[in-house]
Write a protein of this length. Sequence first.
Length: 266
Amino acid sequence: TTLINIILGIIKPNSGKVLIRGKPPTDPSARRNIGYCPQEPSLFERLTGMENLLFFAQIYGLNKNDAKKRINELLEKLSLTEYKNTLVIKYSGGMKKKLALVTALLPDPDILILDEPTTGMDPNSRRAVWEILEEYKKEGKTILLSTHYMEEADRLADIVGIIYEGKIIAEGASEDLKKQYGPKSVLLLKLLNTSTENIVQELKNKGYEAYSEDDHVKVYVDEPEKTIPTIVSLIYGLGGRIDFLKVIKPSLEDVFIKLTGKRIVE
């Protein structure tokens, strides 16, 4: 949030500078390119959802008819149409977040800055927001998003920056971070009419990190896609049969825990 406020020109940095298309964020021409959704929605609770949006559309200088068309499209995508004439004070926290996102999207900005935009939303609403943001990505828009939801970062971000105690401690593509900092992937296999102990021992003899757990076999590997055919062939060569096989890959939360020693508190 602090970093976002610096980028928006709300807070002055102690050192360094922010430029948006070569201009400081306080420059009106730079600000016109930005849509911003704050962590805490700034809405007029004694107005309806539609009245809020028409007010912001007027501030953005949008034509009223064009604004209404865009508003209705966005409300439909976020399942808010039936509540557009309801006072915002009666909205749930998740509904307020969605309405705040619509205000940020209204002027169709080139740069979208979102501070934990899906906090408080139900899973369906969260995925609806993700779909909208993915459409924006395809249009070549720039999106800066802060989130505590690692699934959200994993799905949406081209580049992930992990900030801890005010410093960026890791940055890169999600898959690259998981390969560099995450644990190994796990192949979880359930065998049919086969001694798991014998299979595990043979896998260990071949150099694999393998364990028996109840009626399952766990094998820890770096590249599951390349390793699965070899392991399956080995098991069948020993007379084993596989009931199912599941791949458990490392997550961004695994990366966060590895780097900080702490779990994320959402």
